[in-house]
Design a protein around this ligand. Structure first.
Ligand code: HEM
Length: 509
């Protein structure tokens, strides 16, 4: 073999050795996995007793191996070994049963997917029940609108700071176009604004805290992807590497737990904080601190924060992408905003039917998650009409894609029609972006449908209008792509850039 052909092989071997060495030393400091690889106590099985000493497995290790095999049969792995989910017909009756029957667990699906036990300080999804859903629903759905009305001036302020300091890189002249990485910008602006609604302006603007809450959901999603490929006994090890031993979660706990412990009266904050999710969680749980310990409240808030972090930015991304590929909609929305005399407050943004129609049609058209109302069968389960049997461990769901592309629901479903929901070109009774119906499943269905949709809708509308009032938007190059798909999910491309042209200098200003 000549040296030119040998070099890449040597490089590959060197790299492998390096990675293995790194792993070895990481494993050495990561107790759980090291215990598995270097068994010490509780000898159960001796494989051989010659040459390099014997290889021993302790009880724990055998359990882990057994557990790994069980993972295959109980549907833990989604890819590449996954059994396919069972998809039911989208009738109201069956979807309600799917959504609400307690033998079909929503939380078990998400706990498997995200490996919460590892990313949320030993979160136990088996222990929690309907009362948590009710609490979230009370704080988010029932009181959400009222709180968001009060919080919107602070979002305004935070958006100004974001545009001035974080919309990078800044151009030399204020009239120059700004090039932004679309995905990164959506992630950051969503985190910054949503944090005001969750934690209040003051806490949300502390740099270490802001960075921790920005990183935590990103790391959780990375763990989620890796967990789908790895056996579960590796989860702690993987999450230790990805989350740097849970650093972000610890930083959040260090800041939030003392506030919960001492109560809201001792929280040094401006008045707006009464309308935050943290404040309301503290108040609603204070009479039951034995169960709702500060760590448990913090964990619950970070679970909510994950829900509030990932989906909204992905949706925001797709809307901005659509605004770039359908630039006439930039003017349509600006005109509607001006004609209605709107401001960036909650009620004004709720009263923009064209914007709602555009957003709803964009999410229908792109269908960012093709499956919905995912539930895991906790035991063998037969639907009440006898039509579907779901064996223990299987995932049951509905095809959101089929529902949103059914010509009976949406005529000419493969054509993007931004006016669809204001010009009667849909056979659904609902028209708003945040509406739930049997023909709009992006938020789920039934009593467990997303309770945070009002928050998501408001923050996304707020960002879209704030940007549209300041800038004309276009893709950096026409061939920049929108998203790639993984299983049923659509994920934005990190490389798609958008040019923001300040409005004062643009031809359409
Ligand atoms: C565009 C953004 C969002 C989308 C598309 C979305 C979608 C969903 C979906 C599909 C579910 C599962 C419903 C089911 O399985 O039946 C869900 C659940 C949930 N979402 Fe959202 N969501 C978004 C934003 C948010 C936000 C901003 C929050 C919090 C402020 C939130 C909080 C939750 C919670 C707590 C649950 C679990 C419900 C429960 O435990 O009862 N979501 N969401």
């Amino acid at each position: 073999m000549d040296s030119d052909r040998l070099a890449p092989w040597l490089f590959a071997v060197g790299l492998t050795v390096l990675v293995l060495a790194e792993l070895f030393f990481l494993v050495k400091v990561s107790t759980p996995l090291f215990e598995f690889l270097v068994p010490a106590r509780g000898l159960v099985l001796t494989l051989s007793q010659d040459t390099t000493d014997c290889v021993k497995y302790k009880n724990n290790s055998v359990y882990k191996i057994k557990q790994t095999f069980e993972d295959f049969s109980n549907g833990k792995f989604y890819n590449p070994w996954a059994t396919q989910p069972i998809i039911i017909e989208p009738t109201r009756k069956k979807m309600t049963e799917l959504s609400e029957n307690t033998a079909l667990s929503q939380r078990a699906v998400y706990a498997d997917m995200f490996g919460f036990k590892n990313t949320l300080s030993n979160f136990n999804h088996n222990e929690i029940a309907a009362h948590r859903s009710r609490l979230f629903s009370l704080i988010l759905s029932v009181r959400g609108k009222g709180h968001l009305r009060q919080v919107s001036p602070y979002l305004h302020k935070r958006m100004e700071i974001f545009v001035e300091n974080e919309l990078s890189p800044r151009p030399a002249m204020t009239s120059d176009s700004i090039k932004i990485g679309l995905a990164d910008t959506c992630k950051l602006v969503n985190s910054r604004l949503m944090a005001v609604a969750f934690f209040g302006e003051k806490l949300a603007s502390e740099p270490i805290f802001a960075e921790a809450i920005y990183q935590h959901p990103l790391q959780t999603v990375t763990c989620m992807s890796l967990f789908q490929l790895a056996p579960s006994f590796m989860y702690r090890f993987i999450s230790a590497i990805v989350t740097r031993n849970g650093q972000a979660m610890k930083q959040v706990e260090e800041r939030v737990c003392p506030i919960i412990e001492k109560g809201v009266d001792s929280w040094d904050h401006p008045s707006q904080v009464e309308h935050t999710i943290l404040y309301n969680m503290i108040e609603e749980t204070k009479d039951n601190r034995g169960y709702w310990t500060p760590a448990a409240v913090c964990q619950a808030i970070m679970g909510l924060w994950l829900a509030a972090s990932h989906q909204p930015w992905v949706n925001m991304y797709i809307f901005i992408y659509q605004l770039c590929t359908h630039p006439e909609w930039q003017d349509i929305i600006r005109d509607e905003f001006r004609t209605n005399g709107s401001g960036l407050d909650f009620d004004s943004l709720e009263n923009l039917p064209l914007l709602d129609s555009f957003m709803r049609e964009s999410s229908r058209f792109h269908c960012l998650d093709k499956l919905n109302i995912r539930r895991k069968a906790m035991g063998d389960y037969t639907f009440s009409d006898g039509s579907t049997f779901a064996p223990k461990g299987s995932t049951v769901c509905v095809s959101n894609y089929d529902v949103s592309h059914d010509p009976g629901n949406y005529p000419n479903p493969d054509i993007f029609d931004g006016f669809r929901f204001v010009r009667g070109r849909s056979n659904d009774r609902t028209t708003g972006y945040a509406d739930v119906s049997e023909k709009n499943l992006m938020w789920g269905y039934g009593s467990l449908a997303c309770p945070g949709r009002v928050h998501a809708s408001f923050v996304i509308k707020f960002v879209l209008c704030s940007l549209l009032l300041r800038y004309d938007m276009r893709l950096e190059r026409e061939d920049m792509r929108s998203h790639w798909t993984y299983e049923s999910f659509s994920m934005p491309y990190g490389s798609t850039n958008v040019m923001l042209q300040p409005r004062e200098t643009s031809s359409q200003a």
